[in-house]
Design a protein around this ligand. Structure first.
Ligand code: FAD
Length: 342
């Protein structure tokens, strides 16, 4: 068992903030994971320390050194498991970069993941927050999630329909939070699919592509994302810092009478609730571009908080709290972080 002490995490998170984990362990394959979890040494260590499972760190903000054990599943494989007349089932290890997986399936001509192109992070984190973009959520293509429970080191599998997927949430953020490590995910891709143009601007971006096919569609999504979102390798960030708030229809209507241009969206399957745009609320509270030390609200997108250089996690967190307070004062709406703050 190779537990490393005082491990620096700066390069392992997209906010690129300096912090150390008291202890760090990485599993490079499932055998290593299974055999280590079964040892008394690991179980003793695990039960006397706090822990956090880290993927590629693109949805996490460390505000201080982590006092416990950081665990990473660096398991990398992509296997085609079975094919039916309509679907291909592809299993990917938790440590595979999500966009490498999307590139692989799009390259094969299989449909379902293309709208989720270029989302940073690993396959292991995909079911955790049910990543979503451009009108599609990962839940729509997740067949089975394979995971190990830390306490017993036993492997489990959970069908997608039992994962309690919701808007940026799943059972792995609720009932099973912090008690399991996802080792791989089985995805169900369509052999013959239709492209999903439901999100504004996708059709127009696709029309500009040379290849009018699945590959061209992926390029269109990548082009849209690159025009809007800062590259974490250049400017530290974790994508959308806050979730779009879901409020009662009554609250939405009250806000609309005072702010008639405010965007309001339906929430699928929920009759008396509406979703608001967190970006609009932040921008309308005059906070776009707000800077606090080395942390700033991105000039081009109010939902993104950035590390302009040597920001500390604490500074970024303080900026987030300032935004929450000001938005609440102006609109009476509570913004909830999408990013995990530690
Ligand atoms: C520029 C940018 C754009 C983004 N755009 C989007 C977007 O469009 N849509 C979207 O949904 N998200 C987006 N994100 C957020 C982020 O990419 C996703 O949340 C991603 O899934 C996080 O993956 P990760 O491997 O970095 O996970 P981490 O940030 O390391 O961890 C995220 C959570 O998953 C858990 N976790 C990670 N791996 C495992 C595992 N193997 N087993 C159990 N739990 C695990 C962690 O404990 C943590 O709770 C964006 C981020 C950035 C930086």
């Amino acid at each position: 068992m190779n537990i490393i002490s005082n491990y620096n995490l700066k390069e392992l998170t997209s906010f690129n903030v300096d912090c150390n984990a008291a202890k760090y362990i990485e599993f490079n394959n499932e055998f290593e994971l299974r055999t280590t979890l079964a040892t008394e040494e690991f179980q003793d260590f695990f039960h006397t320390n706090s822990h956090f499972v880290l993927g590629d760190g693109s949805n996490v903000l460390f505000t201080k050194d982590f006092p416990g054990l950081v665990i990473r599943a660096n398991i990398k494989h992509i296997n085609v498991v079975k094919t039916t007349d309509k679907h291909v089932y592809v299993e990917a290890g938790a440590g595979v970069l999500w966009d490498d997986f999307v590139a692989f399936v799009v390259g094969k001509g299989w449909f379902g993941a293309e709208n989720l192109s270029l989302i940073p992070g690993t396959v292991g984190a995909v079911p955790v927050q049910n990543i979503g973009a451009y009108g599609v959520e990962a839940a729509s293509i997740i067949d089975t999630v394979y995971y190990y429970s830390f306490d017993a080191g036993v492997k489990h599998e959970l069908a997608g329909e039992d994962c309690k997927f919701g808007y940026r949430t799943s059972i792995f953020k609720t009932d099973l939070a912090e008690s399991v490590l996802i080792s791989s995910v089985l995805f169900r891709l369509r052999i013959n699919g239709e492209l999903n143009f439901s999100y504004n601007g996708v059709k127009e971006a696709f029309a500009q592509q040379e290849e009018q096919n699945l590959r061209g569609f992926r390029r269109a999504i990548i082009a849209i994302r690159q025009s809007k979102l800062p590259d974490p390798k250049v400017l530290g960030n974790a994508g959308s810092f806050f979730k779009n708030p879901v409020v009662s229809t009554e609250t939405a209507n009250k806000l609309l009478t005072i702010n008639p241009t405010m965007p309001v969206y339906e929430v699928q399957g929920k009759a008396f609730t509406k979703k608001l745009s967190a970006a609009w609320l932040i921008e309308s509270a005059g906070l776009k571009g707000l800077t606090l030390g080395n942390a700033a609200v991105y000039e081009k997108h109010a939902l993104i908080l950035t590390n302009k250089g040597n920001a500390t996690g604490k500074e970024i967190h303080e900026l987030a709290q300032t935004i929450q307070t000001k938005v609440f004062e102006k609109f009476g709406v509570k913004l909830e972080p999408e990013v995990i703050v530690l």
